[in-house]
Write a protein that binds this ligand. Structure first.
Ligand SMILES: Cc1cc2nc3c(=O)[nH]c(=O)nc-3n(C[C@H](O)[C@H](O)[C@H](O)COP(=O)(O)O)c2cc1C
Length: 315
């Protein structure tokens, strides 16, 4: 109750580096594509934001099949960032996503600094985009992507180049396949990133023993789903310690309890990837679970518990 005896207003709204989200639950880039099928299924119900599949300057064909396989508590994918390219995204996909409800973030990819900058320039001014997520972390492409996300200097170069082309809020998506994730996050922050998102998938493989060869056409793929959550959580914690800008956490989230763990580690918001494949209604379940927790704990906003598990003590 307020001093005037009014019930205090509870709100799930968060500000993710200037992107005002009704709630902190987003759809992660990739599993969701450009959202068309998922939208038919759920109408984007209870999502604070959507991050569409990586967009490159020209169309990319992706990797040879098979591209996905199930693993213990997760999945392995080697889609290879197949996408129709910038022009098709702007003409064939963006118009139907405009004003769809949730905030819209576009994930962008490239093989060179110039390509990344070119995609950002091409998206600048396009109506309906609320933010960019720069993917420097895909483990399934031969050139570009992860090459930028494993070296702080290369991270700085690509983030600076994109920063010069856009005024939109810019999140940089990091790879877990590195030794010192804090150093990469700091390089992105110093080069002008407004937020950090992590983690992308963890590099892995499966061997088909009957065929005596790798199961995926690309041999290696990226592991996602509940199996990777403890790794993701630790890295979100480390990045939240390393930078001052907001963190978007992801990796294996399938419940409100998982979401709370990410927020307590220091995430401002979370994104759902693999979880949406087997439970399209997950955003509504998470939202209800968060509200129930806030009610039980007497919280009005989630900012009251952002990073709380880190406490004053340095671990
Ligand atoms: C099939 C598939 C495709 C993906 N495509 C992209 C992509 O285009 N760009 C990107 O930044 N991340 C991509 N990701 C990574 C996810 O956005 C997310 O970071 C990762 O899967 C961890 O979250 P999860 O365990 O909830 O799936 C993809 C993941 C999957 C499973």
């Amino acid at each position: 109750m307020s001093e005037q005896g009014q019930p205090l207003e509870v709100s799930l709204a968060v500000d993710l580096c200037g992107i005002k989200l009704d709630n902190p639950i987003l759809a992660a880039s990739g599993p969701f594509g450009y959202g068309h099928e998922y939208r038919e299924l759920t109408g984007f119900k209870d999502l604070g934001g959507i991050i569409v599949k990586g967009v490159s300057l020209e169309p990319w064909e992706g990797n040879p099949p098979p591209r996905v396989a199930e693993t213990a508590s997760g999945m392995l994918n080697a889609v290879g960032l197949q996408n129709p390219g910038l022009k098709s995204f702007l003409e064939d996909h963006l118009p139907s996503l405009r004003g769809a409800g949730p905030r819209l973030l576009v994930n962008l990819v490239g093989c060179t600094v110039e390509e990344y900058a070119g995609v950002a320039a091409g998206l600048e001014g396009a109506e309906g985009i609320d933010g960019l997520e720069l993917n420097i972390s895909c483990p399934n492409v031969k050139a570009g992507g992860i090459a930028f996300g494993t070296d702080p200097q290369a991270t700085g170069r690509v983030v600076s180049a994109v920063r010069q082309e856009t005024k939109l809020p810019l999140l940089v998506k990091l790879s877990p396949n590195v030794t010192d994730i804090g150093a990469i996050a700091r390089a992105a922050e110093e080069a002008g990133a407004d937020g950090i998102s992590l983690i992308n998938t963890i590099s892995g493989m499966i061997i088909d023993t009957a065929q005596k060869k790798p199961l995926l056409g690309n041999a290696f793929g990226g592991l996602s789903g509940p199996a990777i959550m403890p790794v993701a959580l630790k890295m979100v914690w480390q990045v939240a310690e390393a930078v001052k800008i907001p963190v978007l956490g992801m990796g294996g989230i399938v419940s409100a309890g998982d979401t709370l763990q990410f927020i307590m580690a220091g995430a401002r918001a979370v994104a759902l990837g693999t979880g949406l494949f087997y439970e399209p209604d997950l955003p509504s379940q998470l939202k209800a679970g968060l509200l129930e927790y806030m009610d039980k704990e007497g919280l009005r906003t989630l900012s009251e518990i952002e990073g709380v598990a880190r406490g004053p003590k340095k671990f």
